[in-house]
Design a protein around this ligand. Sequence first.
Ligand code: AMP
Ligand code: ZN
Ligand code: FE
Ligand code: FE
Length: 283
Amino acid sequence: MTARRIDLHTHSTASDGTTTPGALVRQARAAGLDVVALTDHDTTDGHAAAAGALPVGLSLVRGAEISCRGGGVSLHLLAYLFDAENRALANALDGLRESRVGRAERMVRMLERDGIGVSWEQVRALAGGVVGRPHVAQALVAAGKVASVSEAFTPDWIGTHGRYWAPKLELDVVETISLVRAAGGVTVFAHPAATARGRTVDDDVIALMAQAGLAGLEVDHVDHTEAARRHLRGLAAELGLFTTGGSDFHGDNKSVQLGDHMTTEQAYAVLIERATGAEVLAA
Ligand code: AMP
Ligand code: ZN
Ligand code: FE
Ligand code: FE
């Protein structure tokens, strides 16, 4: 049997991707994937639609990418196969989404004050689900202020600590790892070395996360250099973590494509074995 093609990091219109959950699973199969994880920011809202549209031959891993903070740094925690009905975890995600709305409104208000032609109604309409900076970026593209969504992520615009940036709520990463585990899920530290997004955490923070029950590190990611990947693989081996890969597909909001980075069969097997909160779905 040839190795399955496994992509464990994607976003849909339930957060800041541009592809609906249903179209995403169809596109994933068309791209030759055998397993795809839907990991929208701070929500599980896309799961039902993705499950309902699942093509034959594709397995769906239900997950989320949770906004966290560790060692004084913003970071993303991928969570897989947790019980989405778990009250404590669902409440935590509710709080994150609520904070995102007020935060996006604040950014739009700052832009409006400076006469940049964007409005809250427009950003609200661009966000079909969880609102994020890419929706504000889309409004900036529509206003002709930047040429692409990516170009809005600079200090002059809505890049982290940039002129029109506002902070959002982030959960303590160690607490969140425990919360996801208590809901039967498995956690993976998303793009730990994505330096373009701001400060990254030191290895001792990753060690603390491992102690708290972190299961894996996302090593193969578009924002990682070869050197960073080598370092992370060594660290994972030291800490007893598995390593994953994922495209971090966002539809038209980013240039990456489904399957651009993938996870090995061995790492996937460990993930499945540890999860008790939800089943992998197949048509
Ligand atoms: P937020 O979670 O609302 O703070 O927005 C951050 C999200 O914007 C990230 O999770 C990425 O999906 C996206 N993002 C960050 N940097 C870029 C970039 N340079 N180009 C496109 N999307 C980006
Ligand atoms: Zn995103
Ligand atoms: Fe992320
Ligand atoms: Fe992501």
